[in-house]
Design a protein. Structure first.
Length: 128
């Protein structure tokens, strides 16, 4: 019985420790711009994990660039999303015929991520 309690305690501690550390990627940060801003400022003034700060900095710059594009010309921004969706569909067809093409898979994933980021930004701009 003592062994069971000890094992249970170790499992709870492990789950608590791993559950508290969330990997933050660019999609999460686009969905939570206040957190992105806060973490960007923390990276500028504190000595934080350089890998995470690199992701945060790149995401901040990407968000800034896309916001500028959306504000300057919303119609072109929307058309760019449509063009990306068409390209993603074409790549998907190519991948169905040749599923082992790594370069096409990578390009497809990159385009889908770009679409996702732009759609998140458009939803935020619309207040959704």
């Amino acid at each position: 019985m003592k062994f069971f309690k000890w094992v249970l305690l170790v499992i709870v501690i492990f789950l608590t420790a791993t559950g508290c550390h969330r990997h933050i990627d660019d999609i999460y940060l686009f969905k939570h711009p206040d957190l992105l801003k806060k973490q960007y400022l923390e990276c500028q003034f504190n000595n934080l994990d350089p890998t995470q700060c690199r992701i945060i900095s790149q995401t901040f710059m990407k968000l800034t660039q896309l916001v500028r594009q959306l504000i300057e010309n919303p119609e072109t921004f929307g058309k760019d999303v449509i063009h990306l969706q068409i390209k993603a569909a074409q790549l998907k067809k190519q991948l169905e015929k040749q599923p082992n093409k790594k370069d096409k898979k990578n390009e497809y994933q990159k385009i889908n991520k770009e679409i996702q980021l732009r759609l998140i930004l458009m939803a935020k701009a619309e207040g959704l």
